[in-house]
Write a protein that binds this ligand. Sequence first.
Ligand code: 5GP
Length: 183
Amino acid sequence: MYGDDIASVLITEDEIKAKIEELAELVAKRYPPDSPEGDLLLICVLKGAIFFMTDFARALTIPTQLEFMAVSSYGSSTSSSGVVRIMKDLDKDIAGRNVLIVEDIIDSGLTLSWLKRNLSTRNPASLEVVTLLRKPDALRTPVDVAHVGFDIPNEFVVGYGLDYAERYRDLPYIGTLNPAVYS
Ligand code: 5GP
């Protein structure tokens, strides 16, 4: 639907679906359903993780509650600076709760590492991360991630929530962009 903009499909819709089932099974085992900390709290980092969060929450076989946060990282449109600003904060207190950050992609790791530090000052009972994608070659700071969907090459990708200039989020797969789109 975007003409020739997509150069290649890196991860298909079916591969995403299968991986989410796999991740959901692992995560469900980590959190007992009737825990004194209450239902697992999923924190979706807007906007990129939106489709992952909704599919993942529905694949989980344990009760969850959903919270949303939006952060923006200063820097160019395709690389992060690590200086983060909260655009939308959580509506709820997370003290004493089991919290799982749901991320779309870890690139330099700077945004996530900032977010983990910020959320840990709010005293959750536990704080872990699940990310659909990670670029191991782009990491600039060590960040502990409990669950990773796919490790991908250090390329700019779009689709399944990920955008370029707010476009391509609605693609059901993950793909790379034709360089003509940037220029
Ligand atoms: P980090 O702080 O890890 O470098 O960057 C994380 C954020 O940068 C992601 O949440 C995402 O919004 C954006 N990002 C990093 N790599 C990509 C990519 O390949 N494609 C898209 N669309 N966004 C990316």
